[in-house]
Design a binder for this molecule. Structure first.
Ligand code: NAD
Length: 487
């Protein structure tokens, strides 16, 4: 039985649902069937204005509260998210097509972790005192004001929480624009924050396409923009924000390396490669999509990988036994199938998958796909596919594999599998990536900074570092003696 997910209205502003049916239609499509499960409208200028005006008002009230009181609201929101995990997970599955087996543990759950973590940190944001021999300077960490969050479609609930939790903890208000492909999850977060005691207007959700995002980014009342999306969009949003000297956080795409040395625990490395490529049907920005496997173990690694990939249960995302669901949209599926054809045409060896699963005659499914004999110059080794397509490459020399791993414009993530700890740290130390793993992959606890280098982004989400990106330092010089002047 499918849940009714049509929201009361498209936007959540100033503490309530509002709509303006003059906006362009947004259809929320359940990717497993292609059915429209909700109809919403893109924000009109009047909706955007309401969102901005109420956020400005709410931020003044919220920013003046004692931080421990702000933390209490976020903590309560975390508890409500956890209590409603099943409902939120089903919405996430209908929004994205990701299997309920994943959404029950990964989406609202990680959102609740972020709310809880930043709730605790809110009251720890202190400045410093700098003695100057009688005079002194003290610093205060102040909120930025109204922040705009813009989301991608792969983790709509998590992205909304990862942005809102540190922003609100630091005393800001947030206007969040979900991806037009997945409009539903963020509305629930807005409801929950209100229920937890946030002032009306503190967390507004406006729906829309790129033009709505662009209108928010250039409004003079906006102090910061945090985007999760593609590099192409990131360049546009960063440039638009720069015109107003706004703060930015950019969480963008990747083509991350996962390097498996010949002394690695092969079963763990295979598990990591599976998680790093097929979880969420491969729609994860930090995925390790270039799997470099040492020549000495590659045949064994590939045998195990193919055997285990054949066991993946592809099917109905609402069935808890399903491992692999559809891609988020027909457009994304066609893009991924196009890359698979390019991989074959350029000479990569298709070991398993590569098709629309024959058992799925509706929805946007693609089989988990493994290519071997991939070389660095092939399209599937260079471009972000954002689908369940793994490229396995060979190597034999440590320095050579590091150079090849770094030969990309991206730098979001990287992983190394080896039993030699000295080598693990030596290699990780040379990889150009913001988020790295040794002997595991794609674990992103809220306690650890997350973000990229090079074209993969600017700034960090999660961890104490995120608070720095949602606040600014005021420096106050205090004189304790008379002031002299030259005349
Ligand atoms: P996208 O870039 O197409 O869209 C992202 C968001 O930006 C959407 O909400 C979209 O409406 C909005 N947007 C588009 N044009 C805009 C403009 N000119 N001004 C303001 N906003 C605009 O990305 P997507 O297809 O939704 O998501 C997939 C991409 O996101 C992949 O490249 C993936 O790697 C990346 N991603 C990164 C992370 C990360 O944390 N690093 C996480 C998830 C996804």
């Amino acid at each position: 039985m499918m849940r009714d997910v049509q929201p009361t209205a498209s936007h959540f502003i100033d503490g309530r649902y509002v709509d303006d049916t003059a906006g362009r239609l947004i259809e929320s499509i359940y990717p497993a069937t292609g059915d429209v499960v909700a109809r919403l409208f893109s924000a009109t200028p009047s909706i955007i204005e309401q969102a901005l005006a109420s956020a400005v008002r709410a931020q003044k009230e919220w920013g003046a509260l004692k931080p421990v009181v702000r933390g209490r609201v976020l903590r309560k929101a975390a508890d409500i998210v956890r209590a409603r995990n099943r409902e939120l997970s089903e919405i996430e599955t209908l929004d994205t097509g990701k299997p309920i087996q994943e959404t029950l543990v990964a989406d609202a759950a990680s959102g609740a972790d972020a709310l809880e973590y930043f709730a605790g940190l809110a009251a720890t944001m202190t400045g410093e005192t700098i003695p100057l021999g009688g005079d002194f300077v003290y610093t205060i960490r102040e909120p930025l004001g109204v922040c705009v969050g813009i989301g991608a479609w792969n983790y709509p609930t998590q992205i909304a929480c990862w942005k809102a939790a540190p922003a609100l903890a630091a005393g800001n208000a947030m206007i969040f624009k979900p991806s037009e492909v997945t409009p539903l999850g963020a509305l629930k977060l807005a409801e929950i924050l209100m229920e937890a005691g946030a002032p009306a207007g503190l967390f507004n959700v406006v729906q829309g396409y790129g033009d709505v995002g662009a209108a928010l980014v250039t409004d003079p009342r906006v102090a910061k923009v945090s985007l999760t999306g593609s590099v192409a969009t990131g360049k546009k949003v960063y440039a638009a924000a720069a015109a107003g000297m706004r703060h930015v956080t950019m969480e963008l795409g990747g083509k991350s390396p996962l390097i498996v040395f010949d002394d690695a625990d092969i079963d763990s490395a295979v598990s990591a490669a599976i998680n790093a490529n097929f979880y969420s049907s491969g729609q994860v920005c930090s995925n390790g999509t270039r799997v470099f496997v040492h020549d000495a173990i590659r045949p064994n690694f590939l045998d195990k990988l193919v055997q285990r990939t054949a066991n993946a249960v592809i099917g109905d995302p609402l069935d808890e036994a399903t491992h692999v669901g559809p891609l988020v949209s027909e457009a994304q599926r066609n893009k991924v199938l196009g890359y698979i054809e390019t991989g074959k045409a350029e000479g990569a060896k298709l070991l398993i998958g590569g098709r629309v699963p024959p058992s799925q005659n509706s929805g946007f499914y693609v089989e988990p796909t493994v290519f071997a004999d991939v070389t660095d110059d092939m399209t599937i080794a260079r471009e972000e596919i954002f689908g369940p397509v793994m490229a396995v490459l060979g190597f034999s020399d440590e320095a050579d594999v590091i150079a090849r791993a770094n030969a990309t414009e991206y730098g979001l993530a990287a992983g190394v599998f080896t039993a030699d700890l000295a080598r693990a740290h030596r290699v990780i130390g040379q990889l150009e990536a913001g988020t790295c793993w040794i002997n595991t992959y794609n674990i992103t606890p809220v306690e650890a900074p997350f973000g990229g280098v090079k074209l993969s982004g600017v700034g960090r989400e999660n961890s104490r570092a995120a608070l720095d990106h949602y606040s600014q330092i005021k420096s106050v010089y205090v004189a304790t003696g008379p002031v002299a002047a030259a005349y």
